[in-house]
Design a protein around this ligand. Structure first.
Ligand code: ADP
Ligand code: MG
Length: 255
């Protein structure tokens, strides 16, 4: 099982308050209020272009926002990028898995996983290797450790990306459509690894179009429409009995 370190007493890990984000004149996030507690699995759904990626990218400072306030595990992110010190802390505490795997192509699978712990955390090489091999085992890919990413299937590469993020012992994991670039037969193996992580108690925020998976793993489903949270609740509430007509119409199209 994956060992997840919890700070006692710190109930909320993410707090977004009145977050607003513009790309030029485009108002991409509108008054986003969103809190996530430790161990919670939050799935974010919504149409293409609704602001899902932007929302989660704001949480680890990959995007700046213009108004409002974000707190991640007690570290403040301020509007317009005015939070450089806490940003570094947040980036080491928050893991992210993208649609494109973004592995280092010239490094072996094992070296992809050990790089950040050695460079950023100062972990010894032998400890980093031991930890990497354990994580690669957990995502069921230990036999590929000496290969280059390009020699692996998409599903295998995405599981390496997951192991790489976990190697930093993140307190929060962000996923942005982690299976959208995969051939259908590889989606299941990535979702399985994510399901294990959820079971182990990891706090996760997941953007996905995999509604069956969302229903199964989510503690809470959030529906975003044009940069606004229009509905949220337990999966059975949102999927079986959506209250907002935009949610109803979206689910009518995707389910
Ligand atoms: P989603 O992930 O839900 O598909 P995004 O967060 O990627 O949506 O995008 C939300 C809106 O912001 C879209 O209209 C998109 O075109 C726009 N957008 C995203 N990134 C940029 C950018 N770097 N510059 C300008 N507009 C952007
Ligand atoms: Mg997106």
């Amino acid at each position: 099982m994956i060992d997840i370190k919890k700070k006692p007493g710190a109930e909320l890990i993410v707090r977004m308050e009145k977050v607003n984000k513009f790309f030029g004149s485009l108002h991409v996030l509108q008054d986003i209020d969103l809190s996530v507690t430790h161990g919670e699995v939050v799935v974010i759904i919504g149409a293409s272009g609704s602001g899902k990626s932007t929302l989660i990218r704001c949480i680890n400072g990959l995007e700046e926002f213009q108004h409002g306030h974000i707190e991640v595990d007690g570290n403040q992110l301020l509007p317009n990028g005015k939070s450089s010190k806490s940003l570094q802390t947040i980036r080491t505490e928050v893991g992210m898995v993208f649609q494109q795997f973004n592995l280092f192509p010239h490094l072996s699978v094992r070296d992809n996983v050990t790089l950040a712990p050695i460079k950023v955390r100062g972990t010894s090489e032998s400890d980093a290797i031991e930890n990497a091999d354990r994580l690669l085992e957990q995502v069921n890919i230990a036999d590929q450790a000496d290969k280059l990413p390009g020699q692996l299937s998409g599903g295998q590469q995405q599981r390496v990306a997951l192991a790489r993020a976990l190697a930093m012992e993140p307190r929060l994991m962000l996923f942005d459509e982690p299976t959208s670039a995969l051939d259908p037969e590889m989606i299941g193996e990535v979702l399985d690894a994510m399901r294990e992580l959820a079971k182990a108690g990891m706090t996760m925020m997941i953007v996905t179009h995999e509604m069956g998976f969302a229903r199964e793993v989510a503690d809470r489903v959030i529906y975003i429409h044009k940069g606004q949270i229009v509905e949220q609740g337990k999966p059975e509430e949102v999927f079986d009995n959506p209250q907002n007509e935009r949610t109803q119409s979206f689910l009518g199209r995707v389910l």
